[in-house]
Design a protein around this ligand. Structure first.
Ligand SMILES: *Cc1c(COP(=O)(O)O)cnc(C)c1O
Length: 370
């Protein structure tokens, strides 16, 4: 058997040939690389899938966040409430605009930000709440939206890890003011380079996002506002249109692997190994399958010796990162984020994982406890 990977994209792409090659060749034949018809086609299909009136493609999930913050007018001295336990992009995008992250702690079992701690951190400078649907599980959106409404704040959902997940039957990324999606290759819906999108309900806001992503312009050489160059390119859009009809089945494949892990590790709970907990009323699409265990590093080492790769998402909460040290004054009481960083471990998971591979992983985990 070849070396096991955390994520094997080759299998997914082989299964989608020759369709992938065909659509890429068409973009090349038309030389419609930037803002070609493939982009609008994907945006319409994705809007339809999500059930939102507007989808705006852009260059990456990171850019989607930046564009969302720019469209909401977030800038110098503004405060944005978010989680410290996330990929760096969530916070990077707001800091680049001069805004300050105000961190709230996470729930120890779901790793998502604790909605019940948000309100205490709201000040007159607060401009937005940014939940991250970490590892593929939507945050507590009922509570977050209720708080946002009470205080008249927009909610930007970082949905980079949760494309296709649902909350109360609705798609993650469509519940707040703007949903930001990433099509980084290893995400639930991945392209073959960088790509991202914004899901927007409000037409004016959608128009602002579209303009910002294209140099603040909707008419050539007329620039209404300061924007950036962040367009979803046609090849990525064409690839995404091929993959989108398979997204739910990809996510079911991830859920199948997660269920097998869950079953295999049930008796290890008493030994201190915690499975990912799924809160009620939502679906988890397992961008990561992340265990929690006090001796995480020893377990990772053991798995490595057994040929099973694993990864830590994330070893350092953002308030402890050198880049954001200047914002650490707002970092009080983030103890759950800090201990999660010491204890989480993600196992291999991807839709095409075979039962034999799942067995190899579960046997390696169980042998650690034997
Ligand atoms: C991947 C990711 C991003 C950034 O997406 P890119 O497309 O890689 O720029 C943002 N937030 C989270 C939580 C992510 O996992």
């Amino acid at each position: 058997m070849s070396k096991m990977k955390l994520v094997d994209l080759v299998r997914q792409h082989e299964a989608l040939e020759p369709a992938l090659g065909r659509v890429i060749e068409r973009v090349i034949a038309d030389a419609s690389f930037i803002q070609g018809p493939a982009v609008g086609e994907f945006e319409a299909a994705f809007a339809d899938y999500l059930g939102v009136p507007h989808v705006v493609g852009c260059g990456s999930g990171t850019d989607a966040l930046q564009i969302a913050f720019m469209a909401l007018g977030i800038g110098d001295g503004d405060e944005v409430i978010t989680t410290p336990f996330t990929f760096v992009a969530t916070v990077e995008a707001m800091v680049l605009l001069g805004a300050r992250p105000v961190f709230v702690d996470i729930d120890a079992r779901t790793f998502n930000l604790r909605a019940d701690q948000i309100e205490a951190r709201i000040t007159p400078r607060t401009r937005a709440i940014v939940p991250v649907h970490l590892y593929g599980q939507p945050a507590d959106m009922d509570e977050i939206l209720a708080i946002a409404e009470r205080h008249g704040l927009p909610v930007v959902e970082d949905t980079a890890q949760a494309t296709g997940a649902t909350f109360g039957g609705r798609q993650a990324g469509t519940l707040g003011t703007i949903g930001c999606f990433s099509f980084f290759p290893a995400k639930n819906l991945g392209c073959i380079g960088d790509g991202g999108a914004l899901a927007v309900r409000d037409a004016g806001l959608a128009r602002a996002c579209r303009m910002i992503a294209n140099h603040g312009s909707e008419r050539r050489y007329h620039h209404e506002r300061v924007g950036i160059n962040s367009r979803l390119d046609s090849i990525q859009a064409a690839v995404l249109s091929v993959k989108l009809p398979h997204l739910d089945s990809f996510n079911r494949g991830r859920q199948r692997v997660a269920a097998a892990y869950e079953h295999a590790f049930a008796e290890l709970h008493a030994r201190g190994l915690a499975n990912p907990a799924v809160a009620s009323g939502r679906t988890h699409v397992y961008q990561q399958y992340t265990l929690r265990y006090a001796r995480r590093d020893a377990l990772a080492e053991h798995l490595g010796r057994a040929g099973v790769p694993s990864s830590v998402h994330y070893p350092t909460p953002l308030h402890r990162q050198p880049a954001f040290a200047a914002h650490a004054d707002s970092a009080v009481g983030l103890t759950e984020a800090e201990s999660a960083a010491d204890e989480v471990l993600s196992l291999p998971i991807f839709p095409e994982m075979t039962d034999a591979e799942v067995d190899t992983v579960t046997a390696a985990v169980r042998s650690f406890f034997a």
